[in-house]
Design a protein around this ligand. Structure first.
Ligand SMILES: C[S@@+](CC[C@H](N)C(=O)[O-])C[C@H]1O[C@@H](n2cnc3c(N)ncnc32)[C@H](O)[C@@H]1O
Length: 284
């Protein structure tokens, strides 16, 4: 189906406004490929007609559908592995120790993690598995699973529905998990693997657009935002990181994707390398 340059420009402006994703000049094929099924589903026979429909009464429904179609939910359990090693060896022990001190001082507080751009849930569930494993092996005095909470967010309602269902196929579980982890954290029914309730109960899912104000979500000790900022332009990255800085407790941690950094975005964080992972920390 033909996509004129003018309509491409309109659509990529709309996409940028709706979810912050930047579509490069040469990515017409991406818009055509991802949105053509929507054009057909809407009963339109051309992109121009679809473009006009977006301004009509039911335009909002189609705008939502555009966001669903244009976002990329590529993810896997323990993606890149090494950040989870850094979490296990450096971040969790510190967070647990601070929580123990808080309890001892009569000021108990949950260890709160915000996981942004969570896609179909593999990332927050990996963290929840790591926490369960940490508690089972280290047995930190006075700390239990109920002391942790993970708020996992995404703009895609479809991705979040899949995440909340916590059911995965063979390809998903075999991508990133060891046989022992599959055995330990999933219940299998035929070709479907469901995450066990003990892991699931650590994670809450909520639909949140990172372009909207985030600070009402409260304070977190840890924020994961991996492989999400790469889709945005510099002003959007700066606005989002500015909010992360505000939401993090003093000494709180920010974990970005392996190919991402805060260079040129925000210089208020301290960076430190743990193994192969570059971590960012709010001073305090
Ligand atoms: C490539 S996935 C990253 C998944 C996971 N964090 C990981 O690293 O494996 C990017 C996710 O960001 C989400 N996303 C894109 N734009 C967003 C926005 N404006 N607000 C919230 N989430 C967004 C997409 O829906 C998608 O699920």
């Amino acid at each position: 189906m033909e996509l004129s340059r003018a309509t491409f420009e309109e659509l990529r402006r709309l996409i940028h406004r709706l979810c912050g994703i930047v579509i490069a000049d040469e990515k017409e094929y991406l818009v055509r490929h991802r949105l053509e099924p929507l054009v057909k589903k809407s009963g339109c026979s051309t992109f121009d007609e679809f473009q006009r429909k977006l301004a009509s009464l039911d335009g909002l429904v189609w705008q939502e559908a555009i966001v669903e179609a244009i976002t990329t939910q590529e993810t896997s359990f323990f993606r890149d592995r090494h950040p989870f090693e850094a979490l296990r060896s450096r971040i969790l022990p510190e967070l647990v120790s601070a929580a123990q001190s808080g309890k001892a001082a009569g000021n108990p507080r949950k260890i709160r993690t915000l996981c942004c751009g969570t896609a179909t849930g593999q990332e927050p569930y990996s963290l929840a598995m790591l926490i369960c494993d940490y508690l089972a092996t280290r047995r930190p005095a006075g700390i239990e699973a109920a002391d942790f909470s993970i708020l996992a967010t995404d703009i895609s309602a479809a991705a979040l529905a899949a995440a909340a269902a916590a059911k995965y196929g063979r390809r998903d579980v075999e991508r990133g998990l060891t046989p022992a982890e599959i055995e330990r954290f999933f219940e299998r029914q035929g070709e479907e693997w469901t995450i066990l309730p003990a892991v699931r109960k650590l994670v809450e899912f909520r639909r949140i657009n990172l372009l909207q104000p985030l600070v009402l979500l409260g304070t977190f000790q840890l924020i994961l935002c991996r492989n999400v900022l790469i889709y945005f332009d510099l002003p959007a990255r700066q606005r989002i990181c500015d909010q992360f800085h505000e939401m993090l407790a003093a000494g709180g941690w920010l974990v970005l994707g392996s190919a991402e950094s805060l260079f040129g975005i925000d210089n208020r964080f301290v960076s430190l390398r743990v193994g192969d992972t570059l971590l960012f920390r709010k001073p305090g």
